[in-house]
Design a protein around this ligand. Structure first.
Ligand code: NAP
Length: 250
C-alpha cells in the first residue's frame, strides 16, 4: 500500500523523459496512472509496462495538445478509463532553439499553445473531475527565473505564463483543498536535450557545471520532488514555485 493508493493521476507527456519518470514514481507510490502521450504509442506502452512490472496500475491516453478542442478530447478519452481524478501533472511541453531574430509567429503560437494554453484548458476541464483534496503540478523551467539564452526566450515566456497560472489557480482551487504548484527543472537528460547534451564530453560537463551539485539532472530527480507535492505530506504547500534545478540558479 503506497501513500497514493486509491488515487488516480494523469501525467501529460508521460511516454518519455521527465513525464515518464513522474508517472513511474506515482505508480510506485500506489496511484493508478493515466500515461498521456501525443504520438509515440510504443513509448507510452513501455511506460505503462514499466509501471505494471513494478506492481502498479496504468493505462495509455493519446491526445495531441496545442490544437483547438484538445483538452476536451483528452478528458473524453480519460473518462472511458477512469472515474474521477486526484492528481494532475501538466508536464507535456515543447522547446525551440530558433534564434530571436528567426522565430516566426507560427512557432511562437505553437509554443504557447502547447506549453501555456493546453495546461490551462486541461486543468479547467480536469478540475471538474478532480476530487476535493486533489493536486495540480505544473512543470515549469528554471529559465522562467533566470535570463535565458536568446533562442530560449519565447520558451521561457511560456513557462512564465504557466507560473502565473499556478499562483492564481491556487486561490481558485484552494477552497476545495486542492493544491497547485510549479516545479522548475534545470537541465535534465531527456530526448529534448539529447542532440546537444550528448554531442561531446565538453557539452555534458558544461551542462553539469551549471548545477551547484556538479551534475546533469535526471527524470527521477524531478519525479521525487513531484511525489512529495502530491503526497499527503505536501498538503500545506500551494501556489509555490519550486526550484528543482540542482542549484543552477544561484
Ligand atoms: P521530452 O523528453 O521531449 O518528452 C516530451 C513529452 O511530451 C512526450 O511524452 C511527448 O509525447 C509529449 N508531448 C510533446 N508535445 C506534445 C503535444 N503537442 N501534445 C501532447 N503531448 C506532447 O520532454 P522533457 O524534456 O521530458 O520535458 C518535459 C517537461 O519538462 C516540459 O514541459 C519541459 O518544458 C520541461 N523542462 C524540461 C527540461 C529539460 O532539461 N529536459 C528543463 C526544464 C523544463 P510523445 O512521446 O508522444 O511525443
Amino acid at each position: 500500500m503506497g501513500v497514493l493508493s486509491d488515487r488516480t493521476a494523469l501525467v501529460t507527456g508521460a511516454s518519455r523523459g521527465i513525464g515518464r519518470g513522474i508517472a513511474e514514481r506515482l505508480g510506485r507510490d500506489g496511484a493508478r496512472v493515466a500515461v498521456h502521450y501525443a504520438s509515440n504509442e510504443a513509448a507510452a506502452e513501455e511506460t505503462v509496462a514499466a509501471i505494471e512490472a513494478a506492481g502498479g496500475s496504468a493505462f495509455p491516453l493519446r491526445a495531441e495538445l496545442g490544437t483547438p478542442g484538445d483538452a476536451e478530447r483528452l478528458w473524453e478519452e480519460f473518462d472511458r478509463h477512469a472515474d474521477g481524478l486526484d492528481i494532475l501533472v501538466n508536464n507535456a511541453g515543447i522547446g525551440t532553439s530558433r534564434p530571436f531574430e528567426e522565430l516566426d509567429e507560427r512557432e511562437y503560437d505553437r509554443l504557447f499553445a502547447v506549453n501555456a494554453k493546453a495546461p490551462f484548458f486541461v486543468t479547467r476541464f480536469g478540475a471538474r473531475r478532480m476530487r476535493d483534496g486533489g493536486r495540480v503540478v505544473n512543470i515549469s523551467s528554471g529559465l522562467a527565473r533566470t535570463a535565458a539564452m536568446p533562442e530560449l526566450m519565447a520558451y521561457a515566456m511560456t513557462k512564465g505564463a504557466l507560473d502565473v497560472f499556478t499562483r492564481d489557480l491556487s486561490k481558485v482551487l484552494g477552497p476545495r483543498g486542492i493544491t497547485v504548484n510549479s516545479v522548475a527543472p534545470g537541465i535534465v537528460d531527456t530526448d529534448v536535450n539529447a542532440d546537444w547534451l550528448r554531442a561531446s564530453d565538453e557539452s555534458w560537463q558544461g551542462a553539469a557545471a551549471y548545477s551547484a551539485l556538479g551534475r546533469v539532472g535526471t527524470p527521477a530527480d524531478i519525479a521525487d520532488v513531484v511525489a512529495f507535492l502530491v503526497s499527503p505530506d505536501g498538503r500545506w504547500v500551494t501556489g509555490h514555485w519550486l526550484d528543482a534545478t540542482g542549484g543552477s540558479l544561484t
